[in-house]
Design a protein around this ligand. Structure first.
Ligand SMILES: Nc1ncnc2c1ncn2[C@@H]1O[C@H](COP(=O)(O)OP(=O)(O)OP(=O)(O)O)[C@@H](O)[C@H]1O
Ligand SMILES: [Mg+2]
Length: 270
């Protein structure tokens, strides 16, 4: 597995949020992305999954050499991309169990059928490992789930969908200390040479449980620093000012999407 994000510029409602992101994640690697609020971390995860709110202005996203930037969300999911959302969506009317079952069924080749009995056992085992209440399987997806239950449920889906590359966006938020350990253990068990992991987090506490190989700092829609685990504790104790000072980064300089040549003022002056 290799995911390549190449010089990616992404806008939302004409505001350029990502301003040239380059990132390569290979199977077996765990990357952490840290950065101040509002710098584009979730935008990066969402655009890789194909959220329609965001628009790619330029650049590309390749999975195993194939561009996925124009593919629909479900196609990306079938190709192996997974996103554990920062704020998981509530879907009234669809039970948690039926949701995952449907997602797995759509991945199957024509003529192949899901063996429901076997799937129930897998679902129950995954829930048990995550110490989730039994009733959650038959409740509507995320509806009325506590913050921690929603986050565990994202990992339950990941365990059952078996992705090639997974973005976990603030999976630690809302988890109590024990739940953080449980989620950490479950994700760590999923690590393999066939899985690339991208952990988006603000805190060292998650990265003590799911140890990253590489740490990136994102500021102003760009990965401005990449290094090892030493970066984590420095951010934990000192915040981001040292990164900004080191790199001469000033205040947020979000730019508007450049006008196309057709409407470019210089051109119209001619
Ligand atoms: N519809 C929108 N219109 C304008 N700006 C938007 C819109 N949606 C998101 N943004 C902005 O995009 C920026 C990046 O948001 P994003 O959610 O990617 O940040 P983040 O790095 O994940 O932050 P956090 O750490 O708080 O989760 C923010 O400044 C946000 O306000
Ligand atoms: Mg975010």
């Amino acid at each position: 597995m290799i995911l390549e994000i190449k010089d990616l510029y992404v806008s939302v409602e004409d505001n350029m949020i990502l301003q040239g992101v380059n990132l390569t994640v290979k199977g077996g690697e765990t990357h952490a992305i840290m950065g101040p609020n509002g710098t584009g971390k979730s935008t990066l995860a969402q655009i890789c999954m194909g959220h329609p709110k965001y628009k790619i202005e330029s650049g590309d996203i390749l999975l195993d050499g194939i561009s996925i930037k124009d593919k629909a969300v479900d196609e990306r999911s079938r190709m192996g991309v997974f996103l554990a959302m920062q704020n998981p969506t509530e879907v009234p009317g669809v039970t948690n169990f039926d949701f995952v079952k449907a997602a797995i069924q759509t991945r199957m080749a024509e003529g192949e059928h899901l063996r429901v009995g076997k799937f129930i056992l897998k679902f129950e085992e995954a829930s048990k490992n995550l110490q989730m209440g039994k009733g959650l399987a038959h409740r509507f997806l995320n509806q009325g789930f506590s913050g921690g239950e929603k986050k565990r449920n994202e990992i339950l889906q990941m365990k059952l969908l078996n992705p090639k590359v997974a973005f976990l966006d603030e999976i630690d938020s809302g988890l109590d200390v024990d739940a953080l350990r449980i989620v950490g253990e479950n994700v760590t068990k999923l690590k393999s040479d066939d899985l690339g992991l991208v952990l988006i987090t603000h805190y060292q506490r998650l990265l003590d449980h799911i140890v990253p190989d590489v740490v990136h700092v994102m500021i102003n829609g760009k990965i401005v620093k990449t290094g090892g685990r030493e970066i984590i504790s420095k951010i934990d104790s000192q915040g981001y000012d040292w990164v900004k000072t080191e790199l001469g980064i000033t205040d947020f300089d979000q730019r508007k999407v450049p006008v196309s040549l057709g409407t470019c003022p210089t051109k119209s002056l001619k």
